[in-house]
Design a protein around this ligand. Sequence first.
Ligand SMILES: N[C@@H](CCC(=O)N[C@@H](CS)C(=O)NCC(=O)O)C(=O)O
Length: 202
Amino acid sequence: MKLYITDTSPYARIARIVVLEKGLERQVEMIHAQTRTPGSPYYKINPSGRVPYLVRDDGVAMEDSAVICRYLDHLTGPRLFDLPSGEDEWEALRLQALAGSLLEGVSVWVRELKRPADEQAPSILAHELNRSERMIDLWEDQISHPLMRGKLTMGQIALITALQLELQLPGFNWRPGHPKLNDWANWIGERPSIKATLPSKH
Ligand SMILES: N[C@@H](CCC(=O)N[C@@H](CS)C(=O)NCC(=O)O)C(=O)O
């Protein structure tokens, strides 16, 4: 299989983490795609131009990190990321959605800052900064939830991926005043799959 990624995409990083957690490194070849480039050859492979994108051995291709991760998880070995049953299912989904919401907002912020300075919208930058501040306060509280310290979940992966966008976004300075979240990020940041996929500083 071929997994199209970029080094900086948090959504591609989520898929890369699942590849490592499932021990699929030998089955999944990582290919760096040229995104956001007029005329990129990647557009012939994936017309949407987005990563991650998984081209399966049978030639069928799929996009979206959630779909790709679920496919990889169900492909082989014990399922690591199926939802728990009972009330915990809703808790897991609720936390996953909160993490995804933070990730989406911070991703919009990063994207806006990558545009030429004279094209950046101050209103979008302010909106995403303010959203992130509200959500970080919320996470300082939610991070004590048992599901955030138990076995690895898609929600945990989404949250650490969002928080570590601090490396690409100096203005995303969430650590001061949030000791519990800090402690959690340091704890999960030691996990080999998280360490191995850390985005480089920009
Ligand atoms: N919902 C998608 C989002 C994927 C996404 O937005 N990827 C960005 C990189 S973080 C991308 O490929 N952007 C290129 C573009 O917009 O042309 C997922 O979960 O995979």
